[in-house]
Write a protein that binds this ligand. Structure first.
Ligand SMILES: [Mg+2]
Length: 187
């Protein structure tokens, strides 16, 4: 179940949002009343999504979003505004802010926004993993190529023999072929 954190200084609005989310089967990770508390709670509960009001005492929602984004760039934030506060739009162009909800909050506005934000965030995480994975694979392939080259020169063997040798070392030692290749290069 996705954990959502609600940050809103007006308790009635906060409760309203919490109730709407609960009714839609979301898990409320935390519900707090200002930006400072939001930062603390994020550390503790690591929510999947934050719904954050802009105007709040102590620390406003945009500043809190910026601070949270520096450490948790993967947590998406939906901003709540009382009206289209155009003066905030520039400041709200932060990579972790994924959308706006204009007050008064209605279920028909809140729930689709939450669903889209969560789906996009999942997609981003998958993409990021895939990119990281393919980067690692490319690096490993380069290292294996290099190790093959080393063995070919050192042992005067063919490319295929060099590869078979790496594979055998990998299986005999029960470690990845990239680890064997790194060892070969470092010798
Ligand atoms: Mg407010």
């Amino acid at each position: 179940m996705k954990k959502i954190m609600v940050v809103e200084d007006e308790s009635i609005v906060r409760l309203d949002i919490v109730e709407m989310l609960k009714a839609a089967s979301y898990d409320i990770a935390s519900a707090v009343s200002n930006g400072e508390k939001a930062i603390e709670a994020t550390e503790k509960v690591k929510p999947d999504l934050i719904i954050m009001d802009i105007k709040m005492p102590k620390l406003n929602g945009l500043k809190a979003s910026k601070i949270i984004g520096k450490k948790y760039e993967d947590i998406p934030i939906l901003i709540l505004t009382a009206y289209s506060q155009s003066e905030f739009v520039e400041e709200a162009k932060q990579p972790n802010i994924v959308g706006y909800i204009v007050k008064p909050i209605s279920e028909s506005q809140l729930l689709p926004a939450v669903e889209i934000a969560l789906a996009q965030s999942d997609k981003m995480k998958t993409l990021k993993n895939e990119i990281e994975q393919s980067y690692i694979e490319i690096e490993n392939r380069k290292i294996i190529e290099k190790a093959k080259g080393h063995l070919m020169t050192q042992l005067k063997i063919s490319e295929n023999e060099a590869y078979q040798k790496l594979r055998k070392l990998s299986m005999d030692n029960q470690v990845g072929i990239d680890i064997v290749a790194r060892k070969v290069i470092s010798q």
